[in-house]
Design a binder for this molecule. Structure first.
Ligand code: ZN
Length: 367
C-alpha cells in the first residue's frame, strides 16, 4: 500500500526583483517589477550599466513583429558580469562586457552553415525583446555567454563599447555585404545611426567614392565626418540621376538601403551597376511587399545581387569592433545626442519614438 504524506509548504527564499522597462501593449510602454533572471550552466547575468534605444524598439511597440506584451524592451547594452553558469570558462564575475544585440545559438544548423544570426530559423538569433526579455532592466540574461559577450578593454568607456552591440555591427555589415572594392563606389540611402555607421564602414573598407543620401542637415554633416564625399539632399534633387551622373552613367558597385522604405529600396536597385550589390540593412517595418523596379533590375537578369542580413553577434565580432574603437578608427559616440537616467526611460523612449529634438541615439545610464 502506498502511503502518502501531506506535503508541507516549504519556506522559499524571497525572489529578488528588479526594475524593467516593458511593452505593456500596442503603443504602450512602462516600468514593471520582474524577478532577476537566473543563469543556466552556459549563461551569464549582466548588471546593466549603459544601454541605447533603437528605432527597432519603436517598431516592436507599434506591433511590427506581433504582440510582445510584457516583454522587456531593448537589445543594445553593456554591463558588469553579475552571475555565471557553472560551464562558463572565459569570464569572471565583475568583468565589464559588451553583449551583441544578436545572441545566436552557436550549435544550430544555421550557425554551423555560416549564418548564426538566423539560428533556429529566420532572425532566430534576435532574442532580446523578441523572444525573451531585453536589456532595458537592471539585469539581463545572456545565453551561451562564452560565445555571445566580450570583455571591454580598459581604455574603452561603456559609452563607446555599447555601440558595438548593434549600430557598428549592423552598419559595418552593410558595407561588408556590399563587398565594396578598394577604390570602388558606394551609395548609402539614409543617414540615421545605422546609415552613418555604414558610411563609416564604407570608409574603413576603402571605398573611393561614398555618396550619402540624406536631407537632414545635422545628419548630412555627420555623414561627411564619417567619410561621405558627397551628400545628396533628395528633397532638392533626384538622387538616382545625380548618382548616375557622378559615376559616368555606370552606377555604383554597392548601394546600401539603410531606411527600410520602398522608395529608397527602388532607388538602390536603380543606381547599382550590373554585377553590383544592393545591401539591405533597413528594417522594412510595414506593408505586405517590398517592390523591385523591374526594368532597373534588368528584368531580373542584370546580375544585381540583393543581399540581406541581420546584425552579426558573437564574441569574435564584438572583439573586432572593440579593436576598431581601440585604434580610434571610428568614433560612434558622435551619435549620442541625448543622455537619460534609467528612471527617465518613458521620456527617453518618447524622444526616440517621435524623433524629437534631432535625436539620433539616446544613451541610458543605469545606477
Ligand atoms: Zn538596435
Amino acid at each position: 500500500m502506498i502511503q502518502t504524506q501531506p506535503t508541507k509548504p516549504r519556506p522559499q527564499a524571497p525572489v529578488a526583483t528588479m526594475k524593467a522597462f516593458v511593452m505593456l501593449g500596442l503603443e504602450r510602454t512602462g516600468f514593471a517589477e520582474k524577478p532577476i533572471p537566473v543563469a543556466g550552466p552556459n549563461d551569464a547575468i549582466v548588471k546593466t550599466t549603459r544601454a541605447l534605444i533603437c528605432t527597432s524598439d519603436s517598431h516592436t511597440v507599434r506591433g511590427a513583429i506581433g504582440p510582445r506584451e510584457g516583454l522587456t524592451l531593448g537589445h543594445e547594452a553593456v554591463g558588469i558580469v553579475h552571475a555565471l553558469g557553472s560551464e562558463v570558462r572565459r569570464f569572471n564575475v565583475g568583468d565589464r562586457v559588451v553583449v551583441g544585440a544578436i545572441t545566436p545559438d552557436w550549435g544550430s544548423e544555421e550557425a554551423q552553415n555560416g549564418y548564426p544570426s538566423q539560428s533556429g530559423g529566420a532572425l532566430g538569433g534576435w532574442k532580446y525583446a523578441n523572444i525573451k526579455d531585453g536589456v532595458f532592466a537592471q539585469y539581463f540574461h545572456v545565453n551561451e555567454a562564452d560565445a555571445n559577450m566580450a570583455r571591454i578593454p580598459e581604455g574603452i568607456a561603456d559609452e563607446q563599447a555599447v555601440y558595438c552591440s548593434d549600430m557598428m555591427s549592423t552598419g559595418f555589415m552593410a558595407a561588408e555585404h556590399g563587398d565594396i572594392p578598394i577604390g570602388g563606389t558606394v551609395a548609402i540611402f539614409a543617414q540615421g545611426p545605422v546609415g552613418l555607421m555604414a558610411t563609416a564602414g564604407a570608409r574603413l573598407r576603402g571605398a573611393g567614392l561614398i555618396v550619402a543620401v540624406e536631407t537632414d542637415p545635422r545628419r548630412a554633416q555627420l555623414a561627411r565626418e564619417y567619410g561621405a564625399n558627397l551628400v545628396i539632399d533628395f528633397r532638392k534633387e533626384d538622387p538616382v540621376a545625380r548618382i548616375l551622373a557622378e559615376t559616368g552613367g555606370a552606377g555604383v558597385d554597392a548601394a546600401i538601403e539603410a531606411l527600410g522604405a520602398d522608395t529608397s529600396f527602388e532607388q538602390c536597385v536603380a543606381v547599382t551597376k550590373p554585377g553590383g550589390t544592393i545591401s539591405n540593412v533597413g528594417y522594412h517595418g510595414s506593408g505586405e511587399f517590398v517592390s523591385i523596379p523591374r526594368v532597373a533590375w534588368g528584368v531580373g537578369m542584370a546580375d544585381k545581387t540583393i543581399r540581406t542580413g541581420l546584425c552579426p553577434g558573437g564574441r569574435l565580432r564584438m572583439e573586432h569592433l572593440l579593436r576598431v574603437l581601440e585604434q580610434g578608427l571610428v568614433d560612434p559616440t558622435k551619435l549620442t545626442t541625448h543622455t537619460f537616467d534609467f528612471d527617465e526611460m518613458p521620456r527617453a523612449f518618447e524622444v526616440m519614438d517621435k524623433k524629437l529634438d534631432g535625436v539620433l541615439k539616446p544613451l541610458i545610464r543605469f545606477a
